[in-house]
Design a protein around this ligand. Structure first.
Ligand SMILES: [Zn+2]
Length: 603
């Protein structure tokens, strides 16, 4: 429709006054024609998946600057729409990279009940390429927009998906059709939807990620809150960029458009605001934590669900405008920085430094700084219903409180990264994840025995209930050991002199909070599969004691000093079984090897 309109204008160009009148009329018609469902209903409603696909198709048909890709297939059979918006029509990853412009990946509906990002993003694309309202914002940046990430959850549509949310009237459900939370799936990559996201990320290598949500938690004045990695896993140079870009320019500009902006509010005590708020480092299951491992600044957008839908959509829209405006004001800066940090990660992986420690887990310190919290007056009342207290907020009484903000992270667990990991061919699910994250690897074409460092596990314990469809390993002790392990043909060697090395470390180091070991991908190594019958072991143990006085002394010492051992017939017999060549040398041993000596690295 729009292309025809342009043609009409050109034809009547000779009559200037008539043209202006006609253009005005057409702009109005075009604005109506291009309204999103949210705009057309004064933000009472949001569109369905089919409408979103149709709108995306229309954008791509009407503008040569938009390409629509329909990627993958959800468990219920839906493709995930991806819009690439580029002034240079640089739609392939190679072409996009070659422009030298910042590439921004924005995803909406990772939690489909939280949908302002979709309605803001579709309007933003329209205003970049159809209405021309923000056409110049494409001068210095390319947008990759995923309007509906959780496609199946988006279609579990109804009025009762988000309790207490202030519009739209109906929306989607938080999780996928498999009841999995996409914003816990970035590292373990169990869902087909996440595979699409990782594929898009890996091919285009965007410089900035924006992940849009709604939040609840408490009531306060802010309509727009945000999360950024303050340190922890993100490179300090990128932390500094985030601070300068977002806190220095973008958020003040968004606030100047009438929004009330704050860091993401997580109350330390949900019933007592004076205890302050926390900004925890993100684990790599989350977008912000995963972006950090990939050396990419990642903005978590959380509009406040108690604010009306229009306020949340326009806040997200204005934020997108200001992000692009910033990137246009500072051309090349982010791209150069991100490339430099990638280079540093690659360089770090070229040599093994036993003294360097890469942090895996963090905890917040008790150090805080004062924060001006724009909240509401509230009262704590006794409840006969809950038998406890409840907080009653009074949104008619705004009040600014000075409260402590805790955001200083200290390293808890850390590891010296090896030069490479060796992954046996039999670990098919692990290999699948290595490939899904686009990691570089070498496949062994013949069996190879490698001197590796690995771990022997003891005291493993599992959670009692599933989390994200998996029973996680909650506790274990890992003792580093040296081993010669033969890796069969088809096994992988994953070197760490690559830009996504931190992803490999987090997948494969057992102590990583989202390691594949902790998600239960290697549970079978904790199962003893071969046994010695008592009557056999008894006889063998007698022979061993008679043959070896040192062993006898050790056994007797254990019996006299360790009551639990002394009281367990199984443990006493296992003492001997472990010392026979029949003992399974793979039981409780991590099969993924750390190669730390250059001479041991296969070429
Ligand atoms: Zn969310």
């Amino acid at each position: 429709m729009y292309k025809q309109t342009i043609l009409c204008c050109a034809l009547v160009g000779a009559h200037l006054l008539g043209t202006i009148r006609l253009e005005k009329a057409m702009a109005a018609e075009s604005a109506g024609e291009w309204q999103t469902r949210a705009e057309a209903t004064n933000y009472r409603r949001t569109s369905r998946y089919d409408e979103d696909i149709a709108y995306a198709r229309r954008l791509a048909a009407a503008s040569p600057l938009v390409q629509l890709q329909l990627l993958g297939k959800s468990p219920e059979g839906r493709a995930i729409p991806v819009l690439v918006v580029s002034k240079d029509k640089a739609f392939t990853p190679e072409a996009a990279q070659a422009t030298g412009k910042a590439i921004v990946l924005v995803n909406a509906a990772i939690h489909p009940g939280e949908i302002p990002g979709k309605d803001a993003g579709l309007a933003f694309v329209r205003d970049l390429v159809i209405t021309g309202k923000h056409a110049t914002l494409l001068d210095g940046a390319i947008l990759i927009f995923i309007p509906v990430f959780g496609v199946d959850g988006h279609e579990r549509f109804g009025p009762y998906t988000r309790i207490n949310q202030n519009g739209p009237e109906e929306s989607g459900w938080r999780t996928t059709a498999q009841n999995l939370n996409l914003n816990r799936d970035f590292l373990k990559a169990d869902t087909p939807e996440m595979r699409v996201w990782l594929d898009v990320f890996g091919r285009y290598l965007p410089d900035l990620i924006v992940d849009t949500h709604d939040t609840d938690g408490a009531d306060y004045q802010y309509n727009l809150t945000y999360g950024l990695e303050n340190g922890a896993s993100l490179d300090p140079a990128l932390v500094a960029w985030q601070k300068a870009a977002f806190e220095g320019e973008i958020f003040p500009a968004v606030a100047a458009r009438g929004h009330v902006v704050s860091p993401y509010i997580i109350l330390r005590d949900s019933k007592d605001i004076s205890k302050g708020i926390s900004q925890d480092p993100s684990e790599p299951r989350f977008s912000t934590g995963y972006g950090a491992l990939q050396n990419r600044p990642t903005l978590l957008v959380e509009t406040h669900m108690l604010k009306d839908y229009k306020s949340r959509v326009t806040a997200t829209y204005d934020l997108l405008v200001e992000i692009f405006a910033y990137l246009n004001r500072h051309p090349g800066k982010l791209r150069t920085l991100v490339a430099r940090v990638d280079e540093q990660t690659i360089a770090r992986g070229r040599r093994y430094d036993p003294n360097y420690r890469y942090p895996l887990t963090f905890k917040l310190t008790e150090r805080s700084r004062p924060f001006q919290f724009q909240g509401f007056e509230s009262t704590l009342e006794l409840s006969a219903i809950s038998g406890s207290t409840w907080v009653r907020y009074d949104p008619t009484k705004p009040k600014t409180f000075t409260i402590p903000l805790f955001d200083e992270a200290a390293v808890e667990k850390a590891v010296a990264p090896p030069l490479a990991y060796a992954v046996p061919v039999s670990l098919t699910e692990v290999i699948d994840r290595i490939k899904a994250h686009g990691l570089r690897y070498r496949t062994l074409d013949a069996a190879l025995t490698l001197a590796v460092e690995t771990y022997e596990f003891s005291s493993p314990a599992w959670e009692s209930a599933p989390f994200e469809g998996r029973i996680r390993l909650k506790d274990f002790k890992a003792t580093p050991i040296q081993r010669q392990i033969t890796y069969p043909a088809g096994s992988l060697v994953v070197p760490l002199d690559q830009r996504a090395a931190n992803v490999a470390i987090h997948l494969l180091e057992p102590e990583g909070p989202d390691s594949l070991l902790q998600w239960g991908f290697l549970d079978a190594i904790f199962e003893q599969k071969e046994y010695a019958e008592d009557y056999v072991m008894e006889k063998m143990a007698r022979e061993m004691l008679a043959r070896d006085p040192k062993l006898k002394a050790e056994f007797e010492r254990k019996v006299s000093q360790e009551p639990a051992f002394a009281a367990s017939p199984e443990a006493r017999l296992e003492f001997f079984y472990r010392r026979t060549p029949y003992w399974d040398d793979r039981y409780n041993i991590y099969p993924i090897g750390r190669v730390s000596a250059l001479e041991n690295l296969p070429r």
